[in-house]
Design a protein around this ligand. Sequence first.
Ligand SMILES: Cc1cc2nc3c(=O)[nH]c(=O)nc-3n(C[C@H](O)[C@H](O)[C@H](O)COP(=O)(O)O)c2cc1C
Length: 480
Amino acid sequence: MASLTIRKLDENVKTYLRLRSAKNRRSVEEEVRVILRELIEGREEPLTPLAAPPDVAAPAPTSQRTSALPEASVTLIIGGGIAAYKSLDLIRRLKERRIEVRCVLTKAAQQFVTSLAVSALSHERVYTDLFDPQSEFDAGHIRLARDCDLIVVAPATADLMAKMAHGHADDLASAILLATNRRILLAPAMNPLMWNNAATRRNVAQLQRDGVVLIGPNSGEMAEAGEAGVGRMSEAIEIAAAAERLLRPPVPRPLAGKRVLITAGPTHEPIDPVRYIANRSSGKQGFAIAAAAQAAGAEVILVSGPVDLDDPDGVTVKHVESARQMLEHVQASLPVDIAIFAAAVADWRVANEGEQKLKKTSAGMPPLQLVENPDILATISKLIGKRPPLVIGFAAETEHLIDNAKSKLQRKGCDWIVANDVSPATGVMGGDRNTVHLISRKNGEIAVDSWPVMTKEQVATELIAHVVKSVADKSLEPAS
Ligand SMILES: Cc1cc2nc3c(=O)[nH]c(=O)nc-3n(C[C@H](O)[C@H](O)[C@H](O)COP(=O)(O)O)c2cc1C
């Protein structure tokens, strides 16, 4: 940690610190620590308890960086070219995209746009000088170089690119560009003759080898009367979009355009209006699969029995109680491209469900007669016409796991079975981890792929990765 020598502070700052520390009965050093802590914790109060002496330099406008971290931030270096006026629009375009902007103006840039305009648009102080004591007391050029997610140079003049290509650092802009470990996006802007000059061509080639990204220049009319060619700076909107692509690269969405139906949780089979038969399924595995499918870009419909889980974001959730309701909602959700039946559906329900709460009587226990519930997996697997191209069932077994799962695959007519051992000792029912075996058919044989113990989220991600691969291999026809 750098230690601060109080002696070196301005007289008025020292006076302020002495007054404030005396009032708070702290040492000056302790007071500085408190001020820093308050500043870092985002409280706005550090300089307010005492009126600052009139000649204390106003603090630099505080950005939101201290209180709420922005989604992304850019250090924008504005070079000295005619196109600098477009950078004012660029600041606005970046801010529209919730990208925080701190600006650096080269000496030449200040001939084209004013610090005042840039500061007013960025809502930040503007940096212009490498040897600025106000920002250099803590190596401000290093902060500007690294305390951001991306550096954008617009306009990138021929001069700035030459400096970058040769590692110069004799002003604030070039020192930042040399000191950064962030990606750099350049928007060159210059006369076509400058752009085509052999020196500029060499510098551009070198910068590209160094990993610098370029946007433009475009071809068109120049500011100079009668001149046209390649050299116009890209429009602000194009530069902002390029910055956003670097800051927030598009997430792969391999299941985009696919409709995925998932069931999860237990079912509750009523005995009477207040009692029911249930099982220990928590729904965690099915919900994790729904979230993973959604993250892969699919449109996801989740039909869930009674669970104590929040609906996953971006997923259409249909809450049901019984197996019959679950089947109804599953059928109503067709057609789908992929169906994954992870629910622990009760095999039986009470045939003689009481319309009123069953009473204890001297006649003994009420006779509960069970009837078989509809088999959702088999019903959907054997559909003609609306059968989803990929149907995956789950087998929860407490013994002979693989054998039972293999015969379930054959019996039900589904494409894959995810088999998991739910004996109490495994802690799978209601727990956060699962050990599964993926049973499928390969070249007429039944193949077993045993996965190591994983969290239910990891099982979900792995299963969806297999689905993505199968979709790519088989090119599933879109559900219609
Ligand atoms: C009116 C005028 C317009 C200029 N326009 C450009 C330009 O578009 N691109 C460029 O590379 N240089 C341009 N220059 C030259 C730069 O301003 C000059 O090379 C300067 O040193 C660049 O400084 P900087 O790279 O530190 O911003 C222009 C100069 C003048 C006087």
